[in-house]
Design a protein around this ligand. Sequence first.
Ligand code: 6R9
Length: 650
Amino acid sequence: MPSQDQTVYPVTETSKRSTRVNAERYSEMYRLSVEEPDAFWRQEAARLDWMTPFTQVEDTSWDKDDLHIRWFADGTLNASANCIDRHLPERANDTAIIWEGDDPAASSKITYGELHDHVCRLANGLKSLGVKKGDRVTIYMPMIPEAAYAMLACARIGAVHSVVFGGFSPEALAGRINDCASDIVITADEGMRGGRATPLKANVDRAMQHAPGVRQVIVVKRTGGKMKWDPARDVWYHDLIARQPATCPPEPMNAEDPLFILYTSGSTGQPKGVLHTTGGYLVWAAMTHEYVFDYKPGEIYWCTADVGWVTGHTYILYGPLANGATTLMFEGIPTWPGPDRFWQVVDKHQVNIFYTAPTAIRALMREGDGPVQGTSRASLRLLGSVGEPINPEAWTWYHRVVGDGRCPIVDTWWQTETGGVMISPLPGATDLKPGSATKPVFGIMPALVSNEGEPLPDTGAAEGNLIIQRSWPGQARTIYGDHQRFIDTYFATYPGAYFTGDGARRDEDGYWWITGRVDDVLNVSGHRLGTAEIESALVAHTDVAEAAVVGYPHDIKGQGIYCYVTLNAGIIPTEESAQMLRQWVRQEIGPIATPDLVQFAPGLPKTRSGKIMRRILRKIAENEFGNLGDTSTLADPSVVEDLIENRKNR
Ligand code: 6R9
């Protein structure tokens, strides 16, 4: 959690000179965006190529009995045409994607012209397999250009992509395939990260045992590693595209036609398929990418996320490509072959804008300044942070060491559901405070409410739950197949407002400081995980009677995963059984969900009505059991003593 830091880093002279949006312009544009949204969005939406121009800007209602969100609804466009075709007259020979392989000796450049051909061939290949507008296609890929081609090929023919992070298990993959009834999967034989191969195709094969609806699996040859092959179902990517023409007319899509589904964790139940549509999302992606990163033509831009997360969707792919940028796609990890890999890549490709996560910054900070200082980084102009609150120590190190004190940092707060950045500095406009996401982006009206639902004053210092008061084009439209869950999750807690699930503080200067999730969602190394998902994986084990999962502060990961487990009668808890359960969860969900600490407990603290009192479990996990608050409602107060006695985080 960011501690308070009073240092202010004023807008640099270089940024003032070079950016379009200075402090005055930000205020004017922000005012227009909230006072005359129709005029503002009409103009911003004109940054895209529309096949049929829209006449209507916004048609939204957050009333829970009639909840709908529609932007530019009578316009038509195609996302892939906006990311590729419209740049061709001027930029066919400019680099669209720089691919940097896991192996430092492997890299390549794909021009906009080449991107067009790759995407069209695959789009035609998908059509030849019978994929039609509206069909869902699951993409389970390593960070290779074919992942981008696959997403854009879907967009080109109007198929809805659902990218599943390559680190998820076969079980998690199957769940996501089934939830959206997707019958095509695009994958690779193996993925490479840090010199090690991940058996993606073998994972897909295992997922297939639980996903009988899949007709066809398209496989990219990445490593040539061994795998099983089902000739009736599996098809090589290179065979599929071999005979396909390199042109494919982009499908005209209604602005409100779905572009993609992306699964993300909530506070209850299984991950939900957040659905984004075409027009509003792309306007939001392109606009925020331009303003937040102050992107200028010709610059090299690098976002280190994986395309399996929303950050990869919006800020590796759609935002940069809609703006005709050169976007770098990195297959590897920050610490391989050495802890200077990021900075080596920055020098190698002369990166100007670098966007990463606090967890990576903290991990690299631990290696000391040496690996950074051995590189030049003179090309860097702007740094970005996303995924979790950045602690002022990590911010300051990033600024001082990585950016040589010269590069502004944009700390960008947003969510899968928001489509793109919501609260962030603009480099030419906003003085920076380490740990603060600073000010809202155009059109965004954040506010604070108390736990009881009372609105807090909208000026001056305050702290509470973060809500957004008005729709914006990039907002998710629904949860795939469960509109009621969408309404209940985001619009029922504080009627008339979008509830973010985050807590926040606004200081006396109107700066926003995100304090972290206020619900049962964990943020582990910037990855969102629901405690309910991990609990359900634990209780799926035959030895486990009951489990409760909470987060606790972790130096590198931000939050670690702390599991309280009650075993079935007769099963003796041992160090081995703890280790076995960690492996079990890893296998059930994926490596990112591996529990850090497992504590066996004869009983969990419950109210007399049987509700687990997570507040108490959180305190014990945080090693702050001195002040447990009111425990008088517990059915059996003695369980708490046992929990404290045997706590794992000391
Ligand atoms: C983009 C992304 C969303 C949650 C969000 C919040 C946390 C993201 C942050 C941040 C503080 C930032 N979060 N960016 N917290 N400062 N700059 O990460 O989407 O995976 O859906 O996670 O991440 O808690 O609610 P997603």
